[in-house]
Design a protein around this ligand. Sequence first.
Ligand code: CS2
Length: 478
Amino acid sequence: MPADLPRLAPTGDARPAVGIVHLGLGAFFRAHGAIYIAEAIAAKGGEWGILGVSLKSPGTRDLLRPQGFAYTAVELAPDGTKPRVVEVVRDVLVAPEDPQAVLNEMADPAVKIVTLTVTEKGYCHEPSTGALNLAHPDIQHDLSNPLPQSAPGFLVRALDMRRKAGMRPFTVMTCDNLPENGRVVRGVVLELARAIDPALADWIAAEGRFPATMVDRIVPATKPEDVTELATLTGYDDQAPVMHEPFRQWVIEDDFVDNARPDLGAVGAQLVQDVTAFEHMKLRMLNGTHSSLAYLGYLAGHETIADTVADPVFARFVRHLWQAEIIPALMPPPGEDLNAYANALFDRYANPAIRHRTWQIAMDGSQKLPQRILGTLSENHAAGRSSPGLTLAVAAWMRYVGGVDENGQPIDVKDPLADKLRALSDGADTGADKVRALLSVRDVFSAELAKTIADDVIAAYSMLEQNGASAAAQEVSK
Ligand code: CS2
């Protein structure tokens, strides 16, 4: 880092009052939703400033506060880097430090929308069914304690405060990569509310709004060298920049409490009646292949997605997944051409400026597999289509969570079920038994799907053990 650079500071021009509380202020929202919202305010006005909330750690708040919550969003295109300063975040609260302060903000009448990026596991639901996991320790805590820990807990307790004060509810807008994400968050909120106070659940069911969304932008984690390179480029010190690709897409179900929302349509978001087809396309074509490339690419020794698709074996493999296994099971959303979408995805993956690590995408696989890969697998099976590539991806996930790579080196597996998955894998002797043990994890695989895919996954796992990820990927994309 060049010495003595001034710290990034807000210009003071853009000071909209807070109208949105965002739970889970990570890099993705700062590089996606927050930018759309800042642009909508600039284009059409409105008091839509964002109050960010970190549900776990103070890291983001501590980096952003000394720079007045301004940060740089850095666009990484193959032909160069474009930084821009984003000033829409007004403050950041750290929930465990003062949960009541977070609830008070959420219950403020000026707040009309609560947006969320809390990752798949933040909804405390069972990924294979969507139901609230009442045994989850945070939910157990939130059932009996008015100062919550979980995202559903904050939503329910804040909605309760608004109901008791005779106010309108806020709109709950999830921006996580879950299928029918609006329905999932509505489901967990209603279930938790019902367990606390049935009258509250009835009020939320009648008055609350939970628009589904499809969000898309590739945002690799910021690395220390990104911070240094940005300082050299701009001449200021920003300790909390976010890095992103040029592409972005946001499809939103237009269903808000009292129609109160920023004019996101004016800045390129698509406001539609039904997001389902967009969600399926994105979760299966992008996230499904991202996860497949992450497990296989990691096992084959590739550090990033761009490195993985620069390898001709995996370039062919991913095209095979789209053409032969994923697109045949999809309905194109209005205005989208799935072949063109696949070609554009390939170019996005190949962008050498985006160093998106396979290890990062491999995280939390137990929460991601159902909506990214298993839905397509089971539909293909029902339609009599084979899915050797996606089956291989499931087997690669199993190898990955076994915790040892193809060179015998340990893998740092990050997953809420990591210990359980590792124990199941270690507790079985043969490859086939490891597969059967992992297929018994009902959070991930339904009993029916486990039975349907068992033989094929066992064969794929054995191919991985014997020949390795690269040869196996080559074999299935013939
Ligand atoms: C990725 C996503 O980390 C992951 O699991 O697949 O974060 C992906 O980059 C985004 O969904 C793209 O919109």
